[in-house]
Design a protein around this ligand. Structure first.
Ligand code: NI
Length: 132
């Protein structure tokens, strides 16, 4: 897509905060930081208005926990229309990392992620969403 240039006027302290963000997160320039901030806001808006978004649920769990594998499979089958793919990595002897790529109405994705992350035995989980 063609890049457009525009002038931005900011108070000194806000510009300083922007430059600190650029440095802290390692953005190559202010434009990339602003792009990131605008995108984040657009995604939040789409989530609020329940638009179609895509993303991933990332979970870490102990596969020895009784019933967890079954419960995890059941939830994923209940929401199969939202799930694009599932990648399973055996991290350590006990630990598994699963990345579940999802696409659908934002509220359904939140519902699915909540159900997965709440399962007994899940150590940590997070849903990341982006707009299309
Ligand atoms: Ni595993």
């Amino acid at each position: 897509m063609e890049l457009k240039r525009f002038g931005v006027s900011l108070e000194g302290d806000i510009l300083k905060s922007l430059d600190e963000l650029v440095a802290k997160q390692g953005f190559p320039n202010r434009s990339q930081a602003i792009r990131h901030l605008v995108k984040g806001s657009l995604v939040a808006d789409k989530v609020d208005s329940n638009k179609t978004v895509a993303g991933a649920v990332v979970i870490v769990y102990d596969h020895h926990k009784r019933e967890l594998n079954n419960n995890l499979m059941n939830v994923q089958h209940d929401y199969h229309d939202l799930i694009l793919s599932t990648q399973h990595v055996h991290l350590e002897h006990d630990l598994c990392l699963e990345t579940i790529a999802v696409k659908g109405k934002a509220r359904k994705l939140l519902e699915l992620a909540d159900k997965i992350i709440a399962l007994k035995g899940i150590k940590h989980g997070k849903l990341v969403m982006t707009d299309l």
